[in-house]
Design a protein around this ligand. Structure first.
Ligand code: MG
Ligand code: MG
Length: 260
């Protein structure tokens, strides 16, 4: 069943996704070579709780942390650990919150130190593919329009999109209908209606699209060991352009400050 949200519900979802946006910027402040990924997780959990929410991922299907931290060939669902980020790594940070009965969910992939230009390009194209997916997410279009936009752009740039993991509806549960694949055909899938809240989250691989699950039971990794990038925003379907509940503006401010 696909939920249509009232404006009151959308406001609560907006508050959650605003907090996720701020949390990812807090994490951005401390990403650097030498920092252990579990330190990022601790910082996020502290920030989320300080703002009156609960970490949305902690305990979700038994997940042991507040963030998914996925380095290099890990696509998503990486468990924070003692691994210390290295110069040239890329790290996807996926964050969820829960408060007032609703969830927030967003992800951003960061470069650590000096990232090779080819990998930097993967990050840029994946982020752009998310924005193209959002542009396609208009009332009366179908879910397939979103996936088509993401896939066409990623593949035009020489990359592949992961099939096994998809975006989703967001609301009283972290993962609701509809599934929002990052591939597909225009005109296929459920119709987008005003008031639907969905997460669009392209996972784009530099090499082949094939992935496998790590023996830890969580991390999804590329078969060929090549890097993968992941960006995610929550949006509300409106007549005309979708309304973004997530903003990367706080992250961009932090990254700009760190680069100057
Ligand atoms: Mg998600
Ligand atoms: Mg997520």
């Amino acid at each position: 069943m696909i939920n249509i949200r009232t404006e009151e519900e959308i406001e609560l979802l907006r508050q959650n996704n605003e907090l996720v946006s701020q949390t990812l910027a807090e994490v951005a402040k401390i990403i650097r070579p030498g920092i252990a990924t579990r330190v990022l997780d601790r910082r996020a959990e502290e920030f989320i709780r300080d703002h009156g929410a609960k970490p949305g991922f902690l305990g979700y299907n038994g997940f042991p942390a507040s963030l998914c931290v996925s380095v290099n060939d890990t696509v998503v669902h990486g468990i924070p650990s003692g691994y210390e980020l290295r110069d040239g790594d890329i790290v996807s940070v996926d964050c969820g919150t829960y408060m007032h009965g609703y969830y927030g969910d967003s992800a951003f992939t960061f470069g650590v130190g000096e990232v090779p230009p080819a990998v930097q390009r993967l990050l840029e194209v994946t982020r752009e593919s998310l924005e193209l997916g959002i542009e396609a997410a208009v009332e009366d279009a179908r879910v397939g329009h979103i996936g088509h936009a993401v896939q066409a752009y990623a593949e035009r740039n020489g990359y592949t999109v992961v099939r096994e993991l998809v975006g989703h509806g967001l609301g009283r549960n972290m993962h609701e209908d509809p599934e929002v694949p990052n591939y597909g055909l225009r005109g296929v899938g459920p119709k987008l209606r005003a008031g639907m809240v969905i997460c669009i989250e392209p996972m784009v691989n530099m090499g082949s699209k094939n992935v496998y699950q790590d023996s830890d039971g969580w991390a999804i990794r590329t078969r060929d060991g090549k890097p993968s990038a992941h960006f995610e925003k929550a949006v509300v379907i409106r007549s005309g352009k979708a309304q973004q509940l997530t903003t990367f503006a706080y992250i961009d401010e932090v990254l700009q400050r760190l680069n100057n």
